[in-house]
Write a protein that binds this ligand. Structure first.
Ligand code: VG1
Ligand code: CO
Length: 560
């Protein structure tokens, strides 16, 4: 086949956010829109492009297969040597990261809008991951964006049609050069990696029960996202759980109408089933398989910030970390500081980075980091360069198998040792951008007034003294790169915090996130509800920001 050059026009706004370019499907299906962005990704590879190998796959959402077809044809025309494509276009985000690293490719293209709903009237997304397997850092996404603003044409080999539903290797001559598409099993490489990391036999005997110990009953929910095939292979085939223990395990283009975000609001099904069911443990994952929610018996909820801290304190239950040792811990800035206490007590280094997994990558590559997480239901380690939902679930099961305790007991013990960091996040989704931006400007002006530090904020008779307030900026300790304006922070004398951010993953309008956390070491408070403990601080946060006035919203759309 021969390739052609197609003239195109520039589309505004092809700027990747926290995690890739996310827009409505209807935006991506505009003439040349997807093609432009893919061409820009490839051009941003510079002199790595000719002869390179890339991984391609996604969360199975609507438009994914069509996008894979386009990527194959555009890559072929741009002198890419080989594409490794997941069967049916399916690869979880952690699987893409695994495959990039295992086969040492120059990167990968992930077709996902993560936890955003899917379908013709919902969202799509395209994300580029670099050769370390992680989301492209800011300098790369800026370059991609730069290219989209000047693009005049793209190259395409329109005659290539590969059946990606079939595992096969296809070789084509494109402009006289060899081009290969390798359609691979979506699960094999990931499964193999998990078997290297965990002791499957000990998890299996936990789940199946062993001499005198009853089976530990789990309920695993794929939310009709990409994890379905991974859940079936790992939990059914390898670990032997029965079919009633796994639900929503067929990837659907519209996630069956679900909002595939594993939290107490959108995974209510799982919460209800566990509340009333016989299960000892529940887990759910998001659309692309990088997020996780962990529940114990009667739907005891483990906050992601606590989950990170508990795993940190128990990493020696996992063979992988016995081998590698523990290099360091990290969390994103808004994440509750529970892991900080584990780091302090055990003398392990701790890093704080801006929101988004891309900021952990450099630290891992430089050998500074073993385990990290975000409050947004993301947990992971340096086994890959993405957060990893199924990994987190297997990590929890490893800890449970090793400690022989229930989830709730593990948390109570943890709080006894370290105290408890209460955390909550209020999301106001789909606000009008103008009001949201004005609110952020207003808060920033307020907190930067010279008298703000040292001032007292009071609600319901409780007073907090401001210790520090700023717009968070970060300097990467490895390469010195800077990220500015990463969220407005108010830190109080007693360690409590209020943080305001605008989401960088929405497809339209603005989502405001308000994060509130505080620390308690009084054991009588440990069993309290976070909403109750944090109510005063939340009230202060809402009042100070004039959120109601700027957005017209009385209540958040989601509380986590
Ligand atoms: C959100 C979360 C952030 C996460 C990002 C990608 O970003 O807050 O912690 O890394 O989603 O997650 P934002 O900018 O909307 O707050 V996912 O599962 O898309 O891969
Ligand atoms: Co995700």
């Amino acid at each position: 086949v021969t390739s052609r050059t197609i003239e195109t026009r520039v589309y505004d706004g092809q700027k990747p956010g926290t995690s890739g370019l996310r827009k409505a499907v209807k935006v991506f299906t505009q003439e040349h829109y997807t093609e432009n962005f893919v061409q820009a990704i490839l051009e941003a590879l510079g002199n790595q492009l000719a002869g390179c190998t890339l991984v391609v796959g996604g969360d199975g959402r609507y438009y994914g297969k069509e996008a894979v077809g386009k990527i194959i044809r555009i890559a072929a025309a741009n002198r890419v040597r080989k594409l490794i494509v997941g069967q049916n276009g399916i690869l979880s985000t952690p699987a893409v990261s695994t495959i990039i690293r295992k086969y040492k490719t120059q990167g990968g293209i992930v077709l996902t809008a993560s936890h955003n709903p899917g379908g013709p009237d919902a969202d799509f997304g395209i994300k580029f991951n670099c050769e370390n397997g992680g989301p492209a850092p800011d300098n790369v996404t800026n370059k991609i964006y730069e290219i989209t603003t000047q693009l005049k044409s793209y190259k395409i080999a329109s005659d290539i049609n590969v059946d990606i539903d079939k595992i096969q290797t296809i070789n084509v001559q494109v402009d006289g050069r060899e081009f290969t598409v390798d359609v691979i099993d979506s699960v094999n490489d990931y499964l193999e990696h998990m078997k290297d990391i965990f002791d499957f036999s000990s998890i299996k005997s936990l789940l199946q029960g062993s001499s005198g110990r009853p089976a530990f009953k789990v309920l695993i929910n794929g939310m009709n996202g990409v994890t379905g095939p991974y859940i079936k292979r790992i939990f059914s085939n390898e670990l032997g759980v029965d079919d009633s223990s796994i639900v929503n395990t067929t990837p659907l283009e519209n996630f069956g109408g679900l909002h595939p975000d594993p939290n107490l609001t959108y995974a209510k099904d799982l919460v209800d089933a566990i509340k009333n069911g016989p299960h000892d443990f529940g887990a759910a994952f998001d659309g692309d398989g990088d997020r996780n929610m962990i529940l114990g018996k009667s739907a005891f909820f483990v906050t992601p910030s606590d989950s990170l801290a508990v795993l940190a304190a128990n990493l020696n239950s996992i063979p992988y970390f016995k081998k590698t040792g523990i290099r360091g811990y990290a969390r994103s800035m808004p994440t509750g500081a529970a892991v900080d206490r584990v780091a302090a007590k055990t003398g392990v280094k701790l890093f704080e980075v801006p929101t988004g997994w891309k900021y952990f990558g450099n630290l891992m590559d430089a050998g500074h980091l073993s385990l990290c997480g975000e409050e947004s239901f993301g947990t992971g380690s340096d086994h890959i360069r993405e957060k990893d939902g199924i990994w987190a679930c297997l990590a929890w099961l490893s800890v449970i198998a090793s400690l022989g305790k229930s989830v709730e007991e593990i948390l109570l013990d943890h709080w006894q040792t370290y105290g408890r960091n209460f955390f909550t996040r209020y999301d106001y989704e789909n606000c009008e951008s103008e009001g949201a931006n004005k609110m952020m400007q207003y808060i920033e002006t307020e907190i930067q007034k010279s008298e703000f530090v040292g001032s007292k904020l009071t609600s319901a008779g409780k007073t907090y003294v401001v210790k520090l307030a700023d717009n968070y900026s970060y300097v990467d300790p490895v390469d010195g790169s800077q990220a500015n304006k990463q969220g407005l922070r108010i830190l109080f004398e007693d360690g409590s915090r209020i943080i305001y951010r605008l989401s960088g993953t929405g497809s339209s309008g603005a989502t405001i996130r308000v994060y509130v956390d505080s620390y308690e070491d009084d054991p009588t408070s440990f069993k309290k509800d976070a909403q109750e403990v944090l109510k005063t601080l939340v009230d202060i946060a809402l009042e100070l920001s004039k959120l109601r006035e700027y957005t017209g919203r009385d209540a958040p759309t989601v509380i986590t």
